[in-house]
Write a protein that binds this ligand. Structure first.
Ligand code: ATP
Ligand code: MG
Length: 424
């Protein structure tokens, strides 16, 4: 026998036992976003490699070592999207959505990064992303945070996540800080971890969020980004904090929370949980006023966030067991050839009359006894039974599988009304 083919490392199947929790999260998230007037956008999962190189930046983990890049048959370099923001901006520019317009958008789908697979870190994973274009004030930054707080509340995980907040200032104010930071870090150059040493001159802000304990010690006494903020960014940050205070959102200002990319400005934030070990960030967001311009569009302020679905599901599963809803309400048992013919028709009329009822029609024949066993195993509340006698009499039997109630028998034309009574 030949060897079976396995899934690609770091890419998982989501099996039927898991899909109910996915559907639950997807439903809650899309409903909340809709209720705030956000519209869904969908774009391809493959883009030209250049888009990500330009937007995410050459000196980042993603572009340096995580992208799934391949040549198309005609030699173009393409990449499976490692995140959604760049593609969303590309789509917005290309479709003329950014001329004096405001757009509040969201999307969901798989992202691809060639990382070392571990808990909370996969090579294909799912994000929900939200991006707002055309608004520059801190009110919309606050709104994004309020939306996420509402989501955590609805998902029952609010007590298990905390919010960290920072401001990166403008590109100009950051340039001054950058020099000071390089000056400070250079004194410890040999003690920094390898990645940080490599980034010292190319992307020193990323050293601030290095995960190496020794680098973290060094960074503790580094110059504080917040004391280098320009007036406008400082004002923006103060107002954002005020809005959050007004709405009772708790947060912690973390001056070492950064994004290593030039086009980020002002607000950055992360929702972090202690429930998942090292991979604790469930949602990360920030303002990127420079990106649209950088990608060739008309300068447009923008702010957004991305949440990791696998990690959110991980937190939800840590704290509660979501009862998966019964997959079957009603199981149609069909004993004999005549019953089988009748059954498919009867099932259609039940589906017409009660479109939300989960009715499974037995297929594949077999004895009455074995069908009834299957009905019980399916978790259905009732079995509808048709045998030879019922075909002759135009009747249907109802057997309660979970309740101590006598079996009922109805004429076919009374069945729908009685199903309404049972499941109404
Ligand atoms: P990390 O520091 O964990 O590598 P990141 O900065 O690379 O995160 P972002 O690009 O900000 O992550 O992505 C937003 C969110 O997407 C993360 O907060 C996380 O919840 C999720 N995420 C990122 N990478 C992965 C992955 N490989 N597997 C599962 N979820 C991920
Ligand atoms: Mg990463």
């Amino acid at each position: 026998m030949s060897k079976t083919v396995q899934a690609v490392r770091g890419m998982r199947d989501i099996l039927p036992a898991e899909t109910p929790i996915w559907q639950h999260l997807e439903k809650v998230i899309s409903e909340v976003l809709l209720s705030y007037g956000y519209q869904e956008i969908r774009f391809p999962i493959v883009e030209k490699t250049e888009l990500f190189k330009r937007s995410i930046g050459e000196v980042t983990d993603i572009v340096e070592k995580e992208m799934y890049t391949f040549d198309d048959r005609n030699g173009d370099s393409l990449t499976l999207r490692p995140e959604g923001t760049a593609a969303c901006v590309r789509a917005a520019i290309e479709n003329g959505m950014l001329h004096n317009q405001i757009h509040k958008l969201w999307y969901t789908g798989p992202m691809f990064r060639h990382e070392r697979p571990q808990k909370g870190r996969y090579r294909q994973f799912n994000q929900v992303g939200v991006e707002v274009f055309g608004l520059q004030g801190p009110d919309v930054d606050a709104e994004l945070i309020l939306i996420t707080r509402r989501l955590w509340e609805k998902l029952g995980i609010l007590p298990h996540v905390r919010l960290e907040l920072n401001s990166l200032g403008t590109i100009e104010s950051r340039a001054v800080y950058r020099e000071k930071l390089i000056e400070y870090l250079s004194a410890y150059e040999t003690d920094l971890d390898e990645d940080s040493r490599n980034r010292l001159h190319s992307n020193p802000l990323r050293v601030l969020d290095s995960k190496s304990p020794q680098t973290q010690e060094i960074v503790k006494n580094a110059p504080n980004l917040l004391s280098f903020l320009d007036n406008e960014s400082a004002e923006h940050f103060e107002q954002l904090k005020q809005f959050l205070d007004d709405s009772g959102v708790e947060y912690e200002v973390n001056p070492r929370l950064v994004r290593g990319l030039d086009y980020y400005s002002k607000t950055v934030f992360e929702w972090i949980t202690d429930k998942l070990g090292a991979q604790g960030t469930v949602c990360a967001g920030g303002r990127f006023d420079g990106l649209v311009d950088y990608l060739g569009g008309k300068p447009t302020p923008a702010v957004g966030l991305a949440m990791g679905m696998e990690r959110l599901i991980g937190v939800v599963e840590e704290i509660e067991s979501i009862e998966s809803p019964a997959n079957v309400d009603c199981y149609l048992v069909l004993a004999g050839n005549a019953a089988q013919r009748k059954g498919l028709q009867l099932a259609e009329s039940v589906h017409n009359a009660l479109p939300d009822l989960k009715l499974v029609t037995h297929c594949g024949g077999g004895s009455f006894k074995s069908q009834l066993k299957k009905a019980d195993k399916s978790g259905a509340r009732i079995a509808l039974i048709i045998g030879d006698d019922e075909v002759t009499n135009n009747s249907v039997n109802i057997k309660f599988l979970r309740e101590d109630k006598p079996q009922l028998s109805y004429q076919e034309d009374e069945l729908i009304d009685n199903l309404f009574k049972i499941f109404g």
